[in-house]
Design a protein around this ligand. Sequence first.
Ligand code: SF4
Length: 179
Amino acid sequence: MSKKPKIYMSRCFGFDKCRYDGKDFFCDFAENLKKHAEIIHWCPEIAIDLGCPREKIRVIRIDEKNLLFQPETGKFWTEKMLEYSNNYLETLINIDGFFLKAKSPSCGVKNTKLFEGKSEKIISYEASGFFAERVLALFPDTPVLTEEDLKEKEKTQDFLKKVFLKYGRIPACFAGFFS
Ligand code: SF4
């Protein structure tokens, strides 16, 4: 058994300026995870050649199906993202947790906007991104957290316990979530 837990993390948490606007995102929690876990990181949108910076994509609902759509270009990225996600996730083994970027049409976990068709009407704020959706389906027993979930102490505690306890104890830098 490895001495550290193995975590998959969205790459824009300080590994690369891979967000649609060419920026990254700073998160204390992610920085602490990096110190205490073995991190695997990648960006699904870069992986499917959306480029950076890029026009935003979004999750839209048409005929009771969620699709990945890029309004500026009129292109759908659904199939490419699903194919990438399934193929990539099949290669991940012994993962102890996923820390994903909230609200993203790719990485968001139950906190991503869902639009009605190609309109600007938002019909839900609780959809998941396409990559995250595959994570939830393929790793049902592995804890998944986003930076938005850090507002929920119990959810964060549960994630930390599941990730760290089998390797020993929870690092002191996360004590604030248990006080
Ligand atoms: S949220 Fe996911 S898809 Fe978006 S930039 Fe970060 S890693 Fe890439």
